[in-house]
Write a protein that binds this ligand. Structure first.
Ligand code: FAD
Length: 487
């Protein structure tokens, strides 16, 4: 059965010796590094769950390519139910680690789009991309590989198209075609899970025009391919992991809680032809981006829903620990948080059921509802974070440390003055407060990530406004008719 254990995943990532840097230094062993280890543990947990008989149904499927049982992250969608299962999985998995499984999450959506456009490219040009892609993806499934999804380019001056940039490398491009393969140069930025994934699946960040053929590219490479340099992000919450003596309670989500996103630089990387799935067919970049985006927006919205479930749970517990659980406004706030959250989940479920099948048989969610759901997912998370802080009280941003608690004099003072509900040990209140610091985004980036990850809100507004424009004249005609007004 092609399912790895969490430990096999850990060992395989260590053995790849990926060229990744963090805080100005190369990481020798990501399994032992304070910034990469927690994210590896979160992904490893998802591997182990696939082997857990009580969870296996939720996180595995039978491959349409190999007929074997595979991890759901590598499964492609062929029906609304396939897609809904992925959404439910994302929400549920978040409950187990409170983190991100980006090392596996984005690529399945790209793969679903690629299977459909390679089919269409072959039909138009007889290119043979589909067979190549299916062979590659069957390998991913059979070896249970984690694959990062690389879409976002550095983009340079945002007011200019790729071909208009002063530096042509600001969008990833082909610089040479050889007998053995293509040579690519440029970068991809902010790629979730990149350094802890075995492979990278790469596609354009936008639709390309005829004079942008060098940027119309899709391919896969191993994350340790020669010429690749990865730079791990270092947002302010991660600095705490570097403070000497910080431990345990100081981290909030101690085991799993550091997001793993990287910048990846491609210094003339050779990609063998059997790993190239698009090279210059610019007119298929639009359909690829257009199909991938709604898939990924729904998937990212689903995991944010899981995060909000934890946020709501944490807010309820901290209210009990503070002794205010019975106050009317607390339940009102929890209920409002839930309302905002389920609004998003309802939209993405609607997107799943109002989708369409491509000629290749791949299933894609509806663009309008996917975008509304993603927009609402971010709004609900920022709102939830505000309510979480409101319910927790000022301590959520002013916590003492574990070293303070271990200090002979300070420890006693903390025990005495940080006690609230007499039935709750002070230590539990502090632990939960620190977790709330994480869940509200003060000690974590997931809340901020909900705005940019899967594209910023303007992208969703564009889709919604575009759809509205299509319908607006019709809606106006209808009210004029109802009011008895002749046009
Ligand atoms: C934690 C994290 C994880 C991520 N994971 C992944 C991943 O796994 N894979 C991946 O491919 N990407 C990933 N991303 C990247 C994400 O998709 C991008 O951050 C997002 O698309 C926005 O791009 P940007 O950061 O370059 O911001 P920008 O594109 O610079 O956007 C900044 C603002 O400028 C506006 N803007 C940009 N261009 C224009 C324009 N031409 N006209 C008008 N307004 C404009 C935007 O709407 C936005 O408001 C991740 C991002 C984060 C923060």
């Amino acid at each position: 059965m092609p399912l790895m254990t969490g430990q096999q995943y850990r060992d395989s990532i260590r053995d790849m010796k990926i060229n990744v840097f963090c805080f100005g230094k190369r990481i020798d062993n990501q399994l032992e590094h304070p910034i990469t280890r927690p994210a590896i543990d979160a992904v490893a947990l998802a591997y182990d769950l696939a082997l857990d008989p009580t969870y296996q149904d939720k996180i595995t499927a039978i491959s349409h390519l190999t007929g074997e049982r595979i991890n759901y992250f590598t499964h492609l969608y062929h029906s609304p139910e396939d897609f809904v299962k992925r959404l439910d999985l994302m929400r549920d998995l978040l409950h187990h680690h409170g983190m991100c499984t980006g090392a596996r999450c984005v690529s399945g959506n790209i793969a679903n789009g690629l299977e459909s456009v390679t089919y269409e490219m072959d039909k138009k040009y007889g290119t043979g991309y589909l067979e190549r892609f299916r062979k590659y993806w069957a390998k991913v499934q059979s070896e249970d590989l984690s694959v990062g999804g690389y879409i976002t380019d550095p983009k340079g001056d945002r007011s200019k198209r790729p071909a208009e940039q002063e530096d042509p490398d600001l969008y990833l491009r082909v610089v040479e075609e050889k007998k053995e393969g293509i040579v690519v140069r440029g970068a991809k930025v902010l790629i979730s899970g990149a350094s802890i994934a075995h492979e990278a699946l790469i596609m354009p960040t936008r639709a390309m025009k005829e004079d942008e053929k060098q940027y119309a590219l899709a391919f896969a490479i191993p994350t340790n391919a020669p010429g690749l340099t990865l730079l791990h992000q270092f947002p302010s919450p991660d600095f705490r992991r570097y403070v000497p003596g910080a431990k345990g309670i100081d981290f909030g989500n101690e085991q799993y809680g550091v997001y793993n996103a990287c910048f990846i630089f491609f210094d003339d990387v050779l990609v063998p032809w059997d790993r190239v799935f698009m090279c210059g067919e610019y007119e298929f970049t639009g359909p690829l981006v257009g199909r991938l985006s709604p898939c990924f927006r729904c998937v990212t919205a689903a995991c944010k829903c899981g995060h909000r479930d934890l946020l709501i749970g944490g807010a309820a517990v901290i209210a009990e620990y503070n002794g205010v659980a019975k106050a009317g406004h607390i339940m009102e706030k929890l209920s409002e948080m839930s309302y905002e959250s389920e609004l998003s989940y309802g939209c993405i479920l609607g997107a799943a059921y109002r989708g369409f099948k491509s000629e290749s048989g791949n299933y894609f969610p509806n663009g309008l509802y996917a975008n509304v759901g993603k927009y609402q997912a971010s709004k609900a998370l920022w709102f939830g974070a505000r309510m979480g802080v409101d319910i927790s009280g000022g301590l959520v941003m002013s916590m003492p440390t574990e070293a303070d608690m271990e200090h002979p004099e300070l420890g006693a003072l903390i025990q005495k003055y940080f006690k609230a509900n007499p039935a709750v040990p002070t230590e539990n209140r502090l632990k939960m407060m620190r977790l709330m610091e994480y869940l509200t985004g003060i000690g974590n980036i997931l809340v901020a990530e909900s705005s940019q990850g899967g594209a910023p809100t303007a992208s969703q507004q564009m889709v919604v406004t575009g759809d509205l424009r299509k319908n607006l004249e019709e809606y106006k005609r209808k009210v004029l008719k109802l009011a008895g007004i002749k046009e």
